[in-house]
Design a binder for this molecule. Structure first.
Ligand SMILES: NC(=O)c1ccc[n+]([C@@H]2O[C@H](COP(=O)([O-])OP(=O)(O)OC[C@H]3O[C@@H](n4cnc5c(N)ncnc54)[C@H](OP(=O)(O)O)[C@@H]3O)[C@@H](O)[C@H]2O)c1
Length: 272
């Protein structure tokens, strides 16, 4: 396993995404992933599976200290008292005394960023999170958040795959010593049918999905692919035994555009 280092955090470069994994399936996938060598699990309050993620962690037998666990605070809990209370609730569901990374899930224009970040930093000071960060923040919001936060932010978790150009967010994160964590890193499954990536993969005996994940990791970006299929857990982590050439990296980077976003979360508050 490789790591992405950022403002004191050491983030395993591949993690398991758990959005939409529920109940026993979720617990079983988390357990199997950890048994196969995953050391990074991504959940969120809004996924309603923190309890099952905790069950999978315990069932795996992997030492707590060896796993990097992320959860995210939903936007309705951004007022300072709510943030602390809801973090305690997440920890109780996960059966953990601390998460490794606690993120603000989306920007919420209805609560002043300074207040929310103050509360997030306080939760870190209280020991409930080893590291803190943001998700779905634009460049302007990253700059604002870093300026307002009394503790270091270690990442922005954003949609990132070969169809979406994230150069600006990557540059902003690099400026602040923050990591980019790529969600939807196999473009919600669409990468599987990509002819260009499949052709690149043939040279190394790898699938298009593995090429996509390798392309991310080779940029020092962490990626959190989700799968509900045990057999794909191995596929998505077996990306550390080959390297893409500079030409291949450039070829894949040219596939992305600013309009390549796949996720449109209608429920997420808009920054207006
Ligand atoms: N911060 C945020 O706002 C945010 C937003 C979205 C997601 N996330 C996080 O990021 C994680 C990943 O993103 P995502 O779930 O949107 O998308 P993703 O990981 O890009 O794609 C998941 C989909 O791709 C399929 N898949 C996975 N591995 C594959 C492979 N090797 N070959 C072919 N198909 C494959 C899965 O199907 P099968 O189940 O059939 O394998 C699933 O339908 C989420 O689970 C969540 O933890 C965060």
């Amino acid at each position: 396993m490789q790591f992405v280092e950022a403002n004191g955090a050491k983030i395993p470069a591949i993690g398991l995404g758990t959005w939409e994994l529920r109940g026993r399936t979720c617990a079983r996938l988390v357990e199997q992933a950890l048994k196969l060598g995953y050391r990074h699990i991504d959940t969120a309050q809004v996924y309603e599976n923190e309890r099952e993620v905790g069950e999978g962690l315990r069932a795996s037998g992997v030492r707590r200290d060896d796993v990097f666990v992320t959860t995210k605070i939903w936007t309705t809990h951004f007022a300072p008292n709510d943030l602390e209370r809801s973090t305690r609730e997440s920890l109780a569901k996960l059966h953990l005394s601390q998460v490794d990374l606690l993120l603000l899930h989306w920007p919420n224009p209805r609560v002043p960023l300074q207040e929310t970040l103050g509360a997030l930093a306080q939760v870190r000071k209280l020991g409930m999170a080893r590291h803190i960060g943001v998700s779905n923040f634009t460049v302007a919001l990253i700059d604002e958040a870093v300026a307002a936060c009394p503790e270091p932010l270690v990442c922005d978790q954003v949609e990132y795959h070969p169809y979406l150009d994230q150069t600006k967010v990557k540059e902003a994160c690099a400026r602040h010593g923050m990591a980019v964590i790529a969600y939807s890193p196999v473009a919600m499954g669409r990468i599987k049918n990509d002819q260009t990536l499949a052709r690149v993969g043939q040279v190394y005996g790898k699938t298009a999905a593995q090429v996509s994940l390798r392309w991310l990791v080779q940029q020092n970006v962490a990626a959190i692919p989700r799968t509900s299929r045990i057999e794909r857990l191995s596929e998505n982590i077996n990306i550390f035994d080959f390297a893409l050439s500079d030409d291949e990296m450039r070829l894949i980077s040219r596939m992305g555009s600013a309009k390549g976003r796949l996720t449109d979360f209608g429920f997420a508050p808009k920054w207006d």
